[in-house]
Design a binder for this molecule. Structure first.
Ligand SMILES: *[C@@H]1O[C@H](CO)[C@@H](O)[C@H](O)[C@H]1NC(C)=O
Ligand SMILES: *[C@@H]1O[C@H](CO)[C@@H](O)[C@H](O)[C@H]1NC(C)=O
Ligand SMILES: *[C@@H]1O[C@H](CO)[C@@H](O)[C@H](O)[C@H]1NC(C)=O
Ligand SMILES: *[C@@H]1O[C@H](CO)[C@@H](O)[C@H](O)[C@H]1NC(C)=O
Ligand SMILES: *[C@@H]1O[C@H](CO)[C@@H](O)[C@H](O)[C@H]1NC(C)=O
Ligand SMILES: *[C@@H]1O[C@H](CO)[C@@H](O)[C@H](O)[C@H]1NC(C)=O
Ligand SMILES: *[C@@H]1O[C@H](CO)[C@@H](O)[C@H](O)[C@H]1NC(C)=O
Ligand SMILES: *[C@@H]1O[C@H](CO)[C@@H](O)[C@H](O)[C@H]1NC(C)=O
Ligand SMILES: *[C@@H]1O[C@H](CO)[C@@H](O)[C@H](O)[C@H]1NC(C)=O
Ligand SMILES: *[C@@H]1O[C@H](CO)[C@@H](O)[C@H](O)[C@H]1NC(C)=O
Ligand SMILES: *[C@@H]1O[C@H](CO)[C@@H](O)[C@H](O)[C@H]1NC(C)=O
Ligand SMILES: *[C@@H]1O[C@H](CO)[C@@H](O)[C@H](O)[C@H]1NC(C)=O
Length: 433
């Protein structure tokens, strides 16, 4: 205790203004606490300083960073709080991102995939982060939804937060609203539990596309990560609800309540010419898919022909998606059910759907029921260059209330030896989503 007090007192005066004196925490023998001051015009300096001062502790003496109750933290510049160890993060207040679009476009930090960028890169080991079901990250996204006006993957548009290099950590009970773009990336991370989250990014001025609320406002995207669990999330985001991209392994997504969006997304993937990427051992279970969802789940790969650069161009990637189980889905009047497309290409170019060498195999759908406005239970456009194998349907049904029928179409292209269903039709149209 004494040692830390001295350490704190030796900090510059500026630091002291944002750092409460280290206080005793009864849950550990002695811990160092930084309470973040919210009064500055731009709280980002105080936030970074708090993590610097209290975010690098030992397992015996954990640190703590506290965002105060009912306080509003205005964040006006990018933040990088990575390499943390043994810290508890308590979000009692709200972090609100500034709307200076030109600043963010020029300064967002690279995420390290797909030329994507972020407003806050956060990482560390043995981190416990909680928002107590009310702590909020607010991206002030409406200005972005207005600004991009339908442009896909606008360059430099930031994700709200990128959890990068997280290990053995828990992130929970936090509200993520009006994200600027993707709500979060989980990248280069392992053994992380993310639970009890509320995500809502809704364009309140216009509806984009089908019944989306907004564009590129994914709930969460997993990249280069292993053993990640998403449990008990409510997501109303208008795009991929939770997506597993390059090298996502041993991922569990369960107890989900999804309102608008494209559902569980495998991909997009296969965007980097000649690179080998995998998605393997994924379980998605106990998901309620509400009436403004485009799909419950879909898989999307780039074609085998490379055109342009990420994020909006690419193709020619290799690898596979294997051993993915989607079970216990409840459909509530969804407009689509399950789709695979290997047609993704630059600026929605058409064709070349049979060129991808990225292989999709051992995918099981089981125990799906409820209502849909679509009669298509499966729209499986697999690549001729690498047909899908081991696609299994077990106890999957959807009732169409408008005409009192059951969905009955299985549309197939290059599906080898389907299990538990027979293909009823070829593909009706190209799906380059
Ligand atoms: C952003 O960058 C562009 C091009 O480099 C430049 O014209 C513009 O002034 C910059 N804006 C800000 C706010 O830095
Ligand atoms: C964040 O800071 C760390 C440590 O200084 C640095 O290695 C890393 O490149 C930074 N990340 C980004 C995205 O700028
Ligand atoms: C947004 O895009 C639509 C067409 O895509 C166009 O008609 C409209 O003028 C654009 N709005 C603004 C503010 O640029
Ligand atoms: C996976 O991560 C969880 C934390 O979410 C951890 O409890 C578990 O031990 C990890 N599993 C393996 C095999 O490391
Ligand atoms: C699920 O998360 C919500 C907050 O988003 C929380 O209120 C609720 O208690 C959680 N449910 C369970 C079973 O933990
Ligand atoms: C998300 O926010 C919109 C707009 O504020 C609201 O209408 C909708 O009910 C919210 N969704 C959920 C699931 O809370
Ligand atoms: C399924 O998920 C919901 C939350 O979406 C939860 O309330 C329920 O307990 C879960 N059921 C099981 C069997 O885990
Ligand atoms: C992704 O996984 C593949 C297969 O394990 C591996 O060859 C490749 O190097 C990984 N890529 C990255 C960037 O980690
Ligand atoms: C998939 O799970 C199996 C069984 O737990 C395990 O043996 C295998 O290593 C896992 N694959 C990957 C890529 O982690
Ligand atoms: C498939 O993945 C699940 C986890 O999602 C794992 O339990 C199972 O062992 C894996 N099967 C194989 C054959 O690797
Ligand atoms: C990002 O895009 C530029 C062109 O806009 C391209 O040259 C570069 O290779 C891309 N970087 C990555 C990592 O995809
Ligand atoms: C029932 O409605 C669905 C969805 O509109 C339609 O695709 C299907 O053809 C209809 N079935 C019959 C028998 O009319």
């Amino acid at each position: 205790m004494q040692k830390q007090l001295i350490a704190a007192l030796s900090l510059p005066a500026l630091a002291l203004s944002v750092l409460s004196t280290p206080s005793h925490d009864h849950t550990t023998s002695c811990s160092k606490t930084c309470v973040v001051d919210s009064s500055a015009h731009d709280a980002s300096y105080a936030i970074e300083r708090a993590f610097r001062d209290c975010g690098h502790e030992t397992a015996e003496k954990r640190g703590k960073v506290v965002f105060k109750k009912n306080e509003l933290y205005n964040v006006r510049r990018v933040m990088n709080t990575t390499g943390l160890t043994n810290v508890d993060v308590e979000i009692h207040g709200t972090l609100l991102w500034d709307t200076n679009i030109h600043y963010w476009l020029n300064n967002s930090l690279p995420v390290g995939y797909q030329n994507q960028s972020t407003a806050w890169v956060f990482g560390g080991e043995n981190v416990y982060w909680t928002g107590f079901d009310y702590g909020t990250l607010d991206g002030n996204g409406q200005v972005w939804y207005d600004f991009i006006n339908g442009t896909n993957n606008y360059p430099g548009r930031p994700h709200q937060i990128s959890y990068a290099g997280m290990k053995n950590s828990v992130i929970e009970k936090t509200r993520f609203v009006q994200s600027q773009m993707w709500t979060m990336t989980v990248i280069h991370s392992e053994n992380v539990l993310l639970q009890d989250m509320y995500v809502n990014s809704t364009d309140t001025k216009r509806e984009v596309g089908f019944d989306f609320s907004s564009l590129n406002t994914d709930g969460a995207d997993v990249i280069y990560s292993n053993n990640i669990t998403f449990r008990n999330w409510t997501i109303d985001c208008g795009d991929d609800n939770i997506s597993t991209k390059a090298n996502s392994t041993n991922i569990l997504i369960e107890n989900q309540d999804w309102y608008t969006g494209l559902g569980f997304a495998m991909g997009s993937i296969g965007q980097y010419d000649g690179e080998y990427e995998t998605v393997e051992n994924v379980t998605v279970r106990n998901v309620t898919v509400h009436d403004r969802m485009r799909y419950a789940a879909y898989f999307k790969t780039w074609t085998g022909v490379s055109r342009g650069y990420p994020p909006n161009g690419g193709g020619g990637g290799l690898g596979y998606a294997a051993n993915i189980t989607l079970s216990d889905f409840k459909l509530d009047n969804t407009s689509g059910i399950f789709a695979i497309t290997q047609c993704t290409s630059y600026n929605d170019a058409r064709g070349e759907c049979d060129t991808s060498k990225f292989n999709i195999r051992d995918i099981t759908l089981e125990n799906w029921s409820g209502t849909s406005t679509s009669a298509v239970l499966a729209e499986l456009q697999c690549s001729g260059a690498s047909p899908c194998t081991g696609i299994k349907y077990n106890n999957v049904s959807a009732y169409i209330p408008s005409n009192n029928t059951m969905a009955s179409h299985y549309l197939c292209g290059n599906v080898s030896e389907p299990i538990g269903f027979e293909c009823t039709d070829g593909l009706w149209e190209e799906n380059n989503r």
